[in-house]
Design a protein around this ligand. Structure first.
Ligand code: FEO
Length: 170
């Protein structure tokens, strides 16, 4: 039997990851409306990855014969001041998600739930990569965002991102 707190946090994380997908879909929507299709593509793929994360938490609970309870997904932030505000909201969100993963890890550690800790190891690494990606994007926008020609090139670069399924298989 899984510890109640660990179970609760893992179940809540399904919702948080689906919210992340919804938030990034909103980012994609924002950039699509500005005809920055490369940025829209980048965040669409980000949304797909977040959906995958949600399913991984869902499957992990089911594989351990634990009850899954699906809750309503919050409405994402509807509008942003400018392009940079979107990117910064993305970084802030990833830092928040990292703190959530750390909280689950700490709860699992407290009750010696080594299986859950091993499952979460992949997410700890993934969060590191996601924060790096969000930071890189901000740096590039700082360097190139104010010049239309450079922004065009950056948009082209982001249009090349392709979706790959997560390396974690349950
Ligand atoms: Fe699944 Fe970017 O957190």
């Amino acid at each position: 039997m899984m510890n109640e707190k660990v179970h609760e946090l893992l179940n809540a994380q399904i919702n948080k990851e689906f919210y992340s997908a919804y938030l990034y879909l909103q980012f994609s929507n924002y950039f699509k409306a500005k005809s920055l299709d490369g940025f829209a593509n980048w965040y669409m793929i980000q949304a797909q990855e977040e959906r995958d994360h949600a399913i991984l938490f869902y499957q992990y609970l089911q594989n351990n014969n634990e009850v899954v309870t699906l809750e309503a997904i919050d409405k994402p932030t509807p509008d942003f001041e400018d392009n940079m505000a979107v990117l910064k909201a993305g970084l802030a969100h990833e830092i928040y998600v990292t703190s959530l993963i750390n909280d689950i890890y700490a709860a699992a550690y407290d009750v010696k739930d080594f299986r859950t800790m091993q499952f979460l190891d992949w997410f700890v690494k993934e969060q590191g990569e996601e924060e790096t990606n969000a930071n890189d994007l901000i740096s590039k926008m700082e360097l190139f965002g104010s010049d239309p020609k450079s922004l065009y090139m950056l948009n082209q670069e982001l249009s090349t991102r392709v979706y790959t399924a997560p390396s974690l298989v349950l």
